[in-house]
Design a protein around this ligand. Structure first.
Ligand code: GLY
Ligand code: MN
Ligand code: MN
Length: 449
């Protein structure tokens, strides 16, 4: 479902191939090279100014979650320690202008790191400081400076560059407006999103791992669900599997809602006891090595859909199949743009079945058709951009009828390829008969009236 964007909230625990333990770890040069290549691409697209991003600081740390890096910062650096700052300068165009000579002498990238703080390290462990041996090799930056030099360095660079880019509406933007009051502060979000929307083969492998662990959790939940169990117990089974698999957290608050709770899109209290005759909607996904999975299935609590539940389920499945078949480059996720996958699903739902009053069902499909997924569950994206090969999206139609205590959503993750959509979560059944067989009740579930 299309929820409020969660820019920067979902984190990115590190996936870069570090070997050894503690801050002496040496990063795999191939992995550091990927981050550097992303920065080069960004510098090409923001070619008329400096780009500055602030990583999360120790003060941003939440006792509930511990430190995790802001996802744009992680995407460009792979850095997992607090207080870092990234400064990128564009590649100057060669010319005989004296300004070129000045620009070409400045570093193209500077990575600022806080000085080590022994008191803080007693609490949160050893960090890499700007004066540590081999800090350049470990960070992948040729120029590493103490964070306290950032303001002076920025002032020096601003003598040459008139424009500064950062992520709009972030604390960084406010700080830069203060530090560079006479400069235009542009928004780097769309340029970064354009890069983040296209997943590399390495990212696709990490996404697939998050999906595979998530599918295991759904299978286990189907086995466990039964009348009398609480929604939180099903959630516990699922999140336990994420933790056992070494995944760092859930990609979003698990949504496990039975019967009347199945109709709430953002239901996360997960507190009710489920009963025979209800459906159980589970929208639960892992975050593994920084990458999110976002998968929903709806099953019958006692192992057998009622005829009405099955009717509504099959309409949602038909809409999902229609939208998945329509995935190809050039289509969009928007509700209103031409070539919208949303309309494919909406039209299907609105032309099949009726509510208890004989009315069409389109009005019960109350959210968008899907979103990009990556480091964030609602990943950075340019809403206007049509789909391209290499993008990973969800396709997640749903019908929610409060009057019938009946909500059904089916959500899968799909890779856009040149030839169409490839369902990355296809290993988890979607057909109602297969779902019934895969529950803990097997084929012996009893149909409610
Ligand atoms: N679980 C969040 C979403 O489906 O968008
Ligand atoms: Mn989703
Ligand atoms: Mn979801």
């Amino acid at each position: 479902m299309k929820m409020r964007p969660v820019y920067g909230l979902a984190g990115a625990l590190f996936c870069f191939g570090l070997t050894g333990a503690g801050p002496a770890r040496v990063a795999d040069p191939h992995t550091l090279g990927q981050y550097r290549a992303r920065r080069i691409e960004l510098r090409k697209s923001l070619s008329d100014g400096l780009t500055i991003l602030f990583g999360r600081s120790e003060q941003d740390e939440d006792l509930r979650t511990g430190f995790f890096q802001e996802s744009n910062f992680f995407y460009l650096t792979g850095w997992q320690e607090p207080g870092a700052i990234l400064l990128l300068a564009p590649l100057p165009e060669e010319s005989s202008d004296p300004a070129y000579a000045a620009k070409s002498k400045l570093p193209r990238e500077i990575f600022f790191l806080p000085e080590r703080n022994p008191e803080q390290e007693k609490l949160t462990g050893r960090k890499l400081g700007p004066r540590d041996e081999n800090v350049r090799e470990r960070s992948g930056f040729e120029s590493v400076m103490p964070a306290e030099k950032f303001e002076a360095e920025l002032r020096r660079m601003l003598e040459t560059y008139a424009r500064v880019y950062t992520v709009a509406d972030s604390p960084a933007a406010a700080r830069l407006k203060q530090l560079a009051p006479l400069r235009t502060v542009g928004n780097a979000s769309t340029a970064i999103a354009k890069l983040r929307m296209n997943k590399s083969p390495e990212e696709l492998a990490l996404i697939q791992r998050a999906i595979d662990v998530t599918l295991d959790a759904h299978r286990a939940a189907w086995q466990r669900a039964a009348p009398g169990l609480y929604e939180y117990q099903v959630a516990a089974t699922m999140t336990g599997i994420f933790a056992e698999a070494g995944c760092e957290r859930t990609a979003y608050a698990p949504i496990v809602g039975a019967g009347p709770d199945s109709v709430y899109l953002h239901y996360s209290r997960n507190s009710r006891r489920m009963d025979a005759g209800e459906v159980l909607l589970m929208d639960v996904g892992a975050e593994c090595a920084g990458y999110a999975a976002d998968i929903t299935r709806t099953i019958p609590v006692n192992g057998k859909f009622s005829p009405r539940q099955r009717e509504i389920y099959e309409i949602v499945l038909g809409a999902q199949n229609a939208a998945i078949s329509a995935v190809k480059p050039g289509m969009t996720l928007s509700k209103t743009a031409p070539n919208t996958l949303y309309k494919v699903a909406f039209d299907y739902i609105n032309s099949h079945g009726k509510d208890l009053h004989g009315e069409r069902l389109g009005k019960y499909f109350t959210h968008g058709i899907g979103h990009h997924v990556g480091l964030d569950v609602h990943d950075a994206s340019d809403p206007a951009a049509p789909l391209e090969p290499g993008m990973v999206i969800t396709i997640e139609p749903g019908i929610y009828i409060p009057e019938e205590n009946l909500g059904v959503r089916i959500e899968d993750m799909v890779l856009v390829t040149e030839h169409g959509g490839k369902v990355l979560s296809a290993a988890l059944p979607r057909e109602p008969g297969e779902i019934e067989k895969s529950t803990g009740h097997g084929a012996s579930g009893t149909a409610p009236n």
